[in-house]
Design a protein around this ligand. Structure first.
Ligand code: PGA
Length: 257
């Protein structure tokens, strides 16, 4: 299977729990209306609405020339007694092309462990649902020189069960926790250092080429071009700036150049 983002710049919007149904539908409609400006040969777009809105947004995106539907999280089992969860199978039924796992708001806000996040990712990958695996350190961890150690710990349970069949279905999102939703974007040097460390970690553990790495954390139209110009960056996972069609499409246009 070849991924729809292969060789392209990726811009995925994470709508979190920010929008009601009406606002989510308006946003999707406006993204579709502006999509013509985006070169789909160069940029791959995706949006992750609330799971309650997947059906409505899927219907709107059926008219899209390529914007992918994604989930914000996924459970590793096909079905079962897991109150409040959505299985990879249920997400595939809604044509989700990928799911996020391990977003910092789940790791740090809801205490999801590295092994739980890895279990989510592996269950999806084993069943053909692509994964955007979020990782990143807190400010305290960075300031105490533990960035690399933390990234290694976050990947450890996943990489110990890695299978090369998963490669085309996997994307990494490096999101330093202190840059998410704070307006405090990491410097280009910090992004480069973290992405290079991830590439080295990947090669040393799997002997494979590293999958695409997105940067996330206060990405906006006015800082994205220079971030994307870094060789180590393959796109962005975007929160706040993905909630307005104008700014999301401006990011998409930068990714198209
Ligand atoms: P932000 O969020 O762009 O609002 O910083 C990024 C994210 O949560 O993925």
């Amino acid at each position: 299977m070849t991924s729809p983002w292969k060789g392209k710049n990726i811009v995925f919007g994470n709508w979190k729990m920010a929008l009601d149904l009406n606002a989510a539908q308006t946003l999707a409609t406006n993204i579709l209306a502006g999509e013509a400006k985006v070169d789909s040969a160069k940029a791959c777009l995706g949006v992750c609405p609330s799971s309650l809105h997947l059906s409505a947004i899927r219907e709107l995106l059926s008219g899209s020339k390529g914007t992918l539907l994604g989930s914000q999280n996924a459970h590793w089992e096909e079905s079962g007694a897991y109150t409040g969860e959505n299985s990879w199978k249920q997400l595939k039924d809604f044509d989700c092309a990928f799911t996020l796992v391990g977003h910092s708001e789940r790791r740090h806000g809801l205490f999801e462990s590295h092994s739980l996040v890895s279990q989510r990712a592996l269950g999806c990958l084993e069943n053909g649902l692509a994964v955007v695996f979020c990782c990143g350190e807190t400010l305290e961890e960075r300031e105490s020189g533990k960035m690399l150690e933390v990234l290694q710990e976050q990947f450890e349970p996943l990489l110990s069960s890695w299978n090369s069949d998963f490669s085309e279905m996997f994307i990494i999102a490096y999101e330093p926790v202190w840059a998410i939703g704070t307006g405090k974007v990491a410097t280009l040097e910090e992004i480069q250092e973290a992405h290079r460390s991830l590439q080295e970690l990947w090669k040393s553990k799997t002997s494979e080429e590293c999958p695409p790495i997105l940067y996330g954390g206060s990405v906006k139209p006015d800082n994205f071009a220079e971030i994307l110009a870094l060789d180590e960056v393959n796109g962005a996972l975007v929160g706040g700036a993905s909630l307005k069609a104008d700014s999301f499409l401006a990011l998409a246009e930068i990714a198209s150049q």
